[in-house]
Ligand binder design. Structure first.
Ligand code: UD1
Ligand code: CA
Length: 478
């Protein structure tokens, strides 16, 4: 059988009223990708000659979002005539006039459809030599879907939409998934004949099926084994359900590739995340965007990483990071907040209640407790005392702090930027560092301590109260 050329039409013009959203339905995201992004990714797997996307509602936003996802696609603007039939009619008109292959129609709101199912549908269509082939599903709850009406011979007669179906027809469990293959010539002939005399006053694409059968052409149907792949997203409940199903697939694929994922139900992984072998992902973890996790790393519990790179053997516990790089065998958390531009070197540490931003921390350097470090660079093997803070913002501009290698800051140091601490320098506890510290120096800025002996007794005598520690003193404070 010679390969017929292929066009894919993706329907994305609808408003998605049931989402009750300012964002067009097909731009809602699951697993880090828009609904239509998932559909276009699947479409690309078929290597079609043409991809046309039909838009109308919020068309500029939709077009902007898909321009990168599918270069070279044909954007088709639907006019004021509503319905999936009209959408396909305009899309087919936008294909080259000489196009005479097969047209796959996909809905922008059916994100879980996989390329394998689509290939089976296409093979079935081509081997049957059908004018149209439908992908159908058996659903326990078919509410909202078009029902497949079959004749006494078992062949598909037509599709009736839920809104137009009788009580009896609504009992039919076989539904239209909204995924079809049509022979271009038959589709071109059927589309102009679709009317809008129905409950919704729309040109239904589904009516093309009855029209083709009326012309005596053959319509094939493939019942999908996995109905969950065909679920449409029309409201937020279905959006969450689709994400749950997709996440389960993604988690399973990582598990089968050698990643330990303790609790698939509370682990959420976006489609583009990569995870190395023998990494371990603990409960309550979300890996988002282009996050990559190295081999043997341990991430979680309760950690959210967005566009973050985690090196081999690193550990990240109960933390949040965005656009950060965590080096090999480095440790983060518990309770750390890594903001964009944080780069932690190999075997380095960002510890408990530490926030970092736009900061490069060298190999083996540690920021273990209660610190804010922003717009800074730290050399290798340095240790920041608990509660070392970079004062990087003077209310107008941000300034940089440079800390050398093998530096020890004290507890409660304020580093008032711009400021530079040389290699091997040490800072005294509580110091406020406003001037550069040369290499190897000790910097102190706190006034020497004075102890005034007998102070408590003096106070008591002056106020006429019993001295603290005497038998008449009241226990405890107030
Ligand atoms: C549609 C099918 C129904 C099927 C279901 C599967 C029709 C008439 N009905 O119903 O048989 O069971 O999908 O999920 O086709 N769209 C346009 N232009 C329009 C209207 C819709 O491009 O004028 C797009 C929407 O953006 C959406 C897709 O077509 O991506 C489906 O439209 P929707 O309104 O969700 O159809 P359903 O009621 O779900
Ligand atoms: Ca739908």
């Amino acid at each position: 059988m010679s390969e017929r050329s292929l066009a894919v039409v993706v329907l994305a013009a609808g408003q998605g009223t049931r989402m009750r959203s300012a964002t067009p339905k097909v731009l809602h995201r699951i697993a880090g990708r828009t609904l239509i992004g998932h559909v276009l990714t699947t479409a690309r797997e078929l290597a079609p000659a043409h991809v046309a996307v039909v838009v109308r509602h919020e068309r500029d936003a939709v077009v902007a979002a898909i321009a990168d996802a599918a270069p070279g696609l044909i954007v088709v603007d639907q006019d004021e005539i509503p319905g999936t039939g009209r959408a396909v009619e305009l899309a087919v008109a936008a294909l080259p006039a000489a196009f005479d292959g097969d047209v796959v129609v996909l809905s922008g709101d059916v994100p879980l459809l996989d390329p394998a199912t689509l290939s089976v549908l296409l093979d079935r269509h081509r081997s049957a030599g059908a004018a149209a082939t439908l992908l159908t599903a058996a659903l326990a709850d078919a509410t909202g879907y078009g029902r497949i009406l079959r004749g006494a011979d078992g062949l598909v007669d037509r599709i009736v939409e839920h809104a137009d179906a009788s009580e009896e027809q609504r009992l039919i469990g076989e539904v239209n998934s909204g995924t079809y293959v049509f022979a271009a010539a038959a589709l071109r002939a059927a589309l102009p004949r679709i009317g809008a005399q129905n409950a919704q006053g729309e040109k239904y694409l589904t009516d093309a099926i009855g029209i083709l059968r009326g012309d005596g052409l053959s319509v094939a149907a493939t019942l999908a084994d996995d109905a969950t792949s065909l679920a449409g997203v029309n409201d937020r409940a279905q959006l969450a359900e689709a994400e749950r199903v997709l996440n389960a697939r993604i988690v399973r694929a990582h598990q089968l590739a050698g990643v330990t994922i303790r609790d698939p139900h509370t682990t959420w992984i976006d489609v583009d995340v990569t995870i190395g072998r023998d990494a371990e992902i603990l409960p309550g973890t979300q890996l988002r965007g282009a996050t990559t996790i190295g081999e043997n790393a341990i991430v979680g519990p309760d950690t959210t990483l967005t566009d973050t790179e985690v090196g081999d053997l690193a550990t990240v516990s109960r933390s949040d990071a965005t656009l950060a790089v965590i080096g090999t065998a480095a440790t983060v958390g518990p309770f750390a907040y890594l903001r964009p531009g944080t780069v932690l070197g190999a075997a380095g540490k960002i510890g408990t209640f530490v926030e970092t931003k736009n900061t490069v921390i060298g190999k083996g350097s540690k920021v273990p407790h209660l610190s804010y470090v922003g717009d800074a660079e730290i050399g290798e093997g340095s240790n920041l005392g608990a509660s070392t803070i970079t004062a990087n913002y003077d209310g107008v501009r941000k300034h940089r702090t440079r800390i050398g290698s093998r530096v020890h800051t004290g507890v409660h140091n304020s580093l008032v930027a711009p400021v530079e601490i040389g290699d091997d320098a040490t800072l005294g506890a509580g110091a406020v560092i406003r001037k550069d510290v040369p290499p190897g120096a000790l910097a102190v800025s706190v006034a020497p301590q004075r102890n005034r002996e007998g102070w408590a007794a003096e106070q008591a005598a002056a106020s006429g109260l019993a001295a603290p520690g005497s038998e008449d003193a009241a226990p405890g404070g107030e």
